[in-house]
Design a protein around this ligand. Structure first.
Ligand code: ADP
Length: 263
């Protein structure tokens, strides 16, 4: 009948659409896998020549230190090359961290780590950077441990990137608060700054690899645009979530919720 024929056509149509959807899904997956592979290859290829540049730079500095009458121009150029090399080193380290996630272990097999102890270490490590600009970083810890099953270096990248952003994008003399809460079955980390803030239109792009704000106040700070991409990867790898609340000119709050350790 006509009805049967039209039903058959509908089925055919739906099937066709399903096939097309599956193909575009496959293409997206392939593109994502390709991008991932490209990042890993780039990072590994850049690592060795960069290490060589660093090594020759050290040698040059040694030779020139013994050479009488080396001009300040030469010294200045050397310092400039040194800074640029360190910056490239940072970028490659970030890329390698991103690439490593393909090979990362299952979170279930990882050891419990106290996020509170780690927070203290991270904030200590950022003290020089914060003090130089008169920024006070305060840590608020829960009375009990906040244990998370994770690779400790992943947890460290997560916390370093969030707290160093809060410092970087604060005004001189500003305040940063880092709150940790053990809220079984979850652990909640909240990084609060009163800095330059984020335009609502930019919010969903923040976690993209290499994305940096066009805001001149943000762009004047050094960065790779990889920090939050790494944070996002770590959070999802651990089965958690991240939320951002922010208003331009008022500051930002990054909230990370992670599953607590099962021990
Ligand atoms: P970057 O290396 O540029 O800091 P991230 O991936 O860590 O890269 O951050 C991406 C962008 O998000 C930054 O360039 C900045 O514009 C914005 N951003 C991140 N954290 C903050 C913050 N706490 N306050 C304001 N802007 C932020």
């Amino acid at each position: 009948s006509d009805e049967e024929a039209s039903a058959a056509l509908d089925i055919g149509h739906d099937l066709g659409r399903a096939v097309l959807n599956a193909r575009s899904f496959e293409r997206e997956q392939q593109a994502a896998a390709y991008r991932q592979q490209l990042i890993a290859t780039m990072a590994h290829e850049l690592k060795n020549p960069l290490a060589a540049v660093g090594g020759y730079l050290d040698m040059l500095e040694m030779f020139l230190a013994e050479e009488p009458g080396t001009g300040t121009q030469v010294q200045r150029s050397l310092r400039g090359i040194g800074r640029a090399t360190r910056r490239l080193d940072d970028i490659v380290a970030d890329l390698l961290t991103l690439a490593r996630f393909d090979e990362a272990a299952d979170p279930a097999s990882l050891e419990p780590h106290d996020l509170g102890a780690l927070l203290h270490d991270v904030v200590d490590g950022l003290a020089v950077q914060a003090d130089a600009r008169g920024i006070r970083v305060q840590v608020h810890l829960p009375s009990q441990q906040a244990l998370v099953d994770a690779d400790p270096s992943d947890l460290e990248r997560l916390v370093v990137n969030l707290v160093s952003n809060a410092v970087k994008y604060s005004h001189d003399g500003g305040e940063v608060d880092v709150h940790l809460e053990a809220a079984p079955p979850t652990v909640v980390l909240r990084v609060v700054d009163r800095g330059i803030g984020i335009d609502p239109a930019e919010k969903q792009r923040l976690f993209e690899e290499f994305y940096r704000s066009a805001d001149p106040a943000a762009a004047s700070q050094p960065g790779t645009g990889l920090g939050l991409a790494i944070v996002h990867r770590v959070v999802h790898h651990l089965g958690g979530r991240i939320d951002v609340e922010s208003a331009p000119g008022e500051g930002s709050v990054f909230t990370v919720t992670l599953p607590g350790s099962r021990v």
